[in-house]
Design a protein around this ligand. Sequence first.
Ligand SMILES: [Fe+2]
Ligand SMILES: [Fe+2]
Length: 179
Amino acid sequence: MLSEKMNEALNVQANRELYSSYLYLSMSYYFESIKMSGFASWMRVQAGEELVHTLKMLDYVAEAGGRARMMAVEAPRFSWDSPEQAFQHVWDHERMVTGLIHALMGVAISEKDGATKNFLQWYVDEQVEEEESSDAVLSKARAAGNDVSRLQAADRELGQRRFKFPRGFEIFPNLAMLK
Ligand SMILES: [Fe+2]
Ligand SMILES: [Fe+2]
């Protein structure tokens, strides 16, 4: 059984995961608008992952005897000045989320909630991967700078990323799969 405080903290984090999904979807359409469909596809995969993070957390709340509560999702930024600026934003955002996950872990510890602590370890590990991958794409975008041919090469490369929703979480197809 979740304490009320733990329940609320998980609901708030689920809302932030959904915001992350919304942010990356916004970036995906920004990249579509500047004709960088590989980056757009990469962001859409990223948005899909964040949606899974959201559902996984809300499902846990429900299964642990709590109550999943939906909240308003903040509107994400709409436009960026360059691919590099957008990828910098991803990296900054992921580092901020890592801080939120660690704070949430702190709540589980102070609530003496071992089950939630175990559950949250998955998110801790996931953030290590998220920071690593966003650092790698930022380095690529930074190296390309405003060089159009290098940006196009990076766009093609990132467009190769594919995502399979984990079993039970199959939701919507990747834009690239529709083309
Ligand atoms: Fe996430
Ligand atoms: Fe993330």
